[in-house]
Write a protein that binds this ligand. Structure first.
Ligand code: PBG
Length: 326
C-alpha cells in the first residue's frame, strides 16, 4: 500500500461543470437590495469621498439609478435621505415635502412594480446632533420620546409610497410602536424589515460621510449593540419577532458571520444582512491598490454572507453584481 488516499474530494473539483453541479450556495439578483443616498438641494450627483463609486443622488439621478437596479433584476432598493435643514427633532424626516418623502414617491412611481422600494427609518440623518433619537437634557437618547417620532415617520413613509419600512435606530420597542402606528393608519398590509441585531460598528464610518450623519458628540454605544455579544443577538431577535417584524436584519455582515448563522437558525422569518459601507470601501480600496481581484473578492464576500444564512443582502454593489450574475 503506497500513499494512495481512498477518499478524494478533489474529484468534485475537477472541472467548472462539476464544481457548478455541486455548489451549495446560490447568489441571485433577486436576493440583493441596493442602498441609495438622496440629497436635498444639489443640482447633480455628488461622489462620496470615502466610498469610491457611490454618489449622493438628486431625485432625478436616483430615479435613473433605481431604474438600472430594476433592469439588472435587483430585488429591492433602500433609500436614505439627506435633508438640507436639520433640527433637534429631525423634522425633515416626516415632512411630506421633505427629500425622503419626495424621493420615495418618485422611486415607487418609477420602479415600485418591479422591485421592493424600502425606506430606512431613523433620525440621525435628520437631527442637528446626529443621534438616532430625541435627546434628554443631559444628552442621552430618550427611548420613548423617540418612539413617538418613529411612529410619525413610519406613517409619512407609508403615505409617500414605501413598500418596506426599515427601522435602524435600535430603540427598545421600535418595531411594536411602528407596527401599531401603521395599523392605526390603516396600513396593516405594509411590512417591516427590522434592523434587529445592529452593532455599534466602526465599519459605518464611510456611511456617515454619505448620509452626513456622524454624531456631533459621543457615540452610539448606548443604543447599538456591543460587538462582543452574541447571546444578546438572540434576545434582540426574539423581541423583534414578538413585536411583529416581517424580516429581520443583522448588521454589519462580514465581521459578524457567526451571529448571522445563529440568527438564521433561530428565525422563522427571512433574514437580511447588511454589508455596510466600511466593508464596501475596504474591498474597493484594496482592489484599487492591486491587492485583490475586485470582482472575485466581491463575489466571495457575498457568497460567504449567503453561506452563513442570509436570505437577503443589502450591498452597495447590488446593481453591478446583479449585472454579472445575469
Ligand atoms: C442609521 C444607519 C446607519 C447605517 C444604516 N442606517 C449608520 C449608523 O448607525 O451610524 C450604516 C450603513 C453603512 O455603514 O453602510 N440610520
Amino acid at each position: 500500500m503506497t500513499d494512495q488516499p481512498f477518499h478524494r474530494p478533489r474529484r468534485l473539483r475537477r472541472s467548472p461543470a462539476m464544481r457548478q453541479l455541486v455548489a451549495e450556495t446560490t447568489l441571485a439578483p433577486r436576493q440583493l437590495i441596493q442602498p441609495f443616498f438622496v440629497k436635498e438641494g444639489i443640482g447633480k450627483p455628488e461622489p462620496v469621498a470615502s466610498m469610491p463609486g457611490v454618489d449622493q443622488h438628486t431625485i432625478s439621478s436616483l430615479v435613473d439609478a433605481a431604474g438600472r437596479a430594476a433592469d439588472a433584476g435587483v430585488g429591492g432598493v433602500i433609500l436614505f435621505g439627506v435633508p438640507q435643514h436639520k433640527d433637534a427633532r429631525g423634522s425633515a424626516a416626516d415632512d411630506p415635502d421633505g427629500v425622503m418623502s419626495r424621493a420615495l414617491a418618485a422611486v415607487a412611481g418609477a420602479v415600485g412594480d418591479r422591485l421592493v422600494v424600502a425606506s430606512d427609518l431613523c433620525l440621525d440623518e435628520y437631527t442637528d446632533h446626529g443621534h438616532c433619537g430625541i435627546l434628554t437634557e443631559d444628552g442621552d437618547v430618550d427611548n420613548d420620546l423617540t418612539l413617538a417620532r418613529y411612529r410619525d415617520i413610519a406613517v409619512a413613509q407609508a403615505e409617500a409610497g414605501s413598500a418596506l419600512i426599515s427601522p435602524s435606530g435600535m430603540m427598545d420597542g421600535q418595531v411594536a410602536a411602528i407596527r401599531d402606528a401603521l395599523d392605526a393608519a390603516g396600513r396593516t398590509d405594509l411590512a417591516i424589515m427590522a434592523y434587529a441585531v445592529k452593532y455599534a460598528s466602526a465599519f459605518y464610518g464611510p456611511f456617515r460621510d454619505a448620509a452626513e450623519s456622524a454624531p456631533s458628540f459621543g457615540d452610539r454605544a448606548g443604543y447599538q449593540m456591543d460587538p462582543s455579544n452574541s447571546r444578546e443577538a438572540l434576545r434582540e431577535l426574539r423581541l423583534d419577532l414578538d413585536e411583529g417584524a416581517d424580516i429581520v436584519m443583522v448588521k454589519p455582515a462580514l465581521p459578524y458571520l457567526d451571529v448571522l448563522r445563529t440568527v438564521a437558525e433561530a428565525s422563522d422569518v427571512p433574514v437580511a444582512a447588511y454589508q455596510v459601507s466600511g466593508e464596501y470601501s475596504m474591498v474597493e480600496l484594496l482592489a484599487a491598490s492591486g491587492g485583490v481581484d475586485r470582482r472575485r473578492a466581491i463575489v466571495e464576500t457575498l457568497t460567504s454572507i449567503r453561506r452563513a444564512g442570509a436570505d437577503i443582502i443589502l450591498t452597495y454593489w447590488a446593481t453591478e453584481v446583479a449585472s454579472w450574475l445575469r
